[in-house]
Design a protein around this ligand. Sequence first.
Ligand code: BEZ
Length: 255
Amino acid sequence: MSQPYDWNPADYDKNARFVSTYGNAVVDLLVEQFGGSLQGKVGIDLGCGDGVLTLRLQELGADVLGLDASPSMVEKTRGLGVRAEVADGHHFTVDSPVDFVFSNATLHWLKRPDEVLDSVARALKPGGVFVAEFGGLGNVAAIMTAIHAELDRAGLPSLERCPWYFPAPGVYQKRLERAGFTLQQMIHFPRPTPLPTGMRGWLETFAVPYLGDQPKETQDQLLDRITDLLAPALRDEEGQWIADYVRLRFVAVRG
Ligand code: BEZ
């Protein structure tokens, strides 16, 4: 959400439907925190994307508002009959404090985590819960290494273009505590992820912030090289690409 990138919902649906599918487990974790029901609970879906999980939260009884930096995604979410607004996750505000903040596959796009956590803490009632999952240290490590190697070789400084933040669990715990949260649970786990449209489809959706300012021809050349470099590590003998996802999933309570 720190990127001024407006996602294309159709591409996202084709190349990244698995993001919300896997996110159902995070919804389940949130529901558990409220004893099995979200009825009457007020919350925020931080980084609601195309609204598929926001709708599920609403169907489970929550009064939920989706926030996303992408106007196209917000429009898509509203089209599902769910309230949604364009917002920067580093600095969002709510009219009155909420019972929960939920976030799936968004926090790694927000490169100033302390600002995000301060906004989440301000949005929650005392005792309110923050349940989230995002990329942890080691997430897409092979993919990232290949992108950085090829960009640097092409004279495009990769580190300053990198749009992602993938923290170690201990480091993120300290950030949560500094912002006034008590960590209830956190897991850091590998989740090898089959890619429905292969590495090229994944890169075309997720690596845009690295390359979006380059001419189409340069982008295509770099994406081809990155894909070739990754094939021996991430494509199986039947041709299925499996991305090296590593997730950080946690429940934290605002003091
Ligand atoms: C993820 O959801 O883990 C992810 C998103 C963008 C880049 C890499 C990974």
